[in-house]
Write a protein that binds this ligand. Structure first.
Ligand code: CTP
Ligand code: MG
Length: 230
């Protein structure tokens, strides 16, 4: 069950519009980055955290890790232009055996139980992603005109964590680099090896904090979680 995790945190948070990395924004008085790191810090199954950051954030991030006494960050690497580059730089320093997770720093509400379910699914199937059924009707639009209404059943919104055997994820990244392929998530690289990726049904609280409206939802989710843990 033990695993290591790569946490990509090297974005710029442009859509959040804070003017600096959104991961420094606070929820309930604590930075988003720390909320996410603490979930893994407090999980006994987590062997180590590989944090991928931008050089711009190195000083404040290192200070937060020390102030909040996060002990499991085994490596800090620099990210790249795309999220995929940031994950790849983390993968390069990962332990070569076992299960590795990739989890966005911008998803602070991930539950340990869901992490464990995705690790178990990756142990069994090699690759597994957390996702939820799509609730909205989805249409394809071109030039502001509907070109297609997509059958909703069978559509899932993909989240992180995404869990893999390290050897499989390494192969997938090697092929992506070779082919100059950039995917929108990590599993899409594994799919290109024709490897079936298992689905772990997640929950709607595991949102990615992307735009400023998300911060209102986030405060509400945090309140609910704190009330439940009392
Ligand atoms: N990320 C990263 N390296 C990049 C881009 C993104 O490590 N080159 C990380 C982000 O820090 C975030 C996660 O990947 O934790 C998901 O990305 P996203 O939500 O898009 O965050 P940002 O890229 O920071 O935001 P934006 O796209 O609005 O600039
Ligand atoms: Mg981005």
């Amino acid at each position: 069950m033990a695993y290591q995790v790569i946490i990509p945190a090297a974005g710029q948070g442009k859509r959040m519009g804070a003017g600096y990395n959104k991961l420094l924004l606070k929820l309930g008085g604590i930075p988003i980055l720390i909320h996410t790191l603490k979930v893994f810090e407090n999980d006994r199954e987590c062997k180590g955290i590989i944090l991928s950051i931008s050089p711009t954030d190195e000083v404040p991030f290192r200070k937060l890790i020390s102030d909040y006494q996060i002990k499991k960050v085994t490596s800090i690497v620099y990210g790249g232009k795309e999220r995929q580059d940031s994950v790849y730089n983390g993968l390069k320093v990962a332990e070569p055996e076992g299960i590795i997770l990739v989890h966005d720093a911008a998803r602070p509400f991930i539950r340990t139980e869901l992490i464990h379910r995705s690790v178990r699914a990756a142990e069994e199937h090699g690759a597994a992603i957390v996702a939820v059924p799509v609730k909205d009707t989805i249409k394809k639009v071109e030039d502001h005109v509907v070109s297609e209404t997509i059958e909703r059943s069978g559509l899932w919104a993909v989240q992180t964590p995404q869990a893999f055997r390290v050897s499989l994820l390494r192969r997938a990244f090697q092929k992506a680099v070779q082919d100059r392929f950039t995917g929108t998530d990590d599993a899409s690289l594994v799919e290109r090896l024709n490897w079936p990726v298992a689905i772990v049904e997640g929950d709607y609280d595991n949102i990615k904090l992307t735009t400023s409206e998300d911060m209102y939802f986030a405060e509400a989710i945090l309140k609910k979680k704190q009330a439940n843990s009392r």
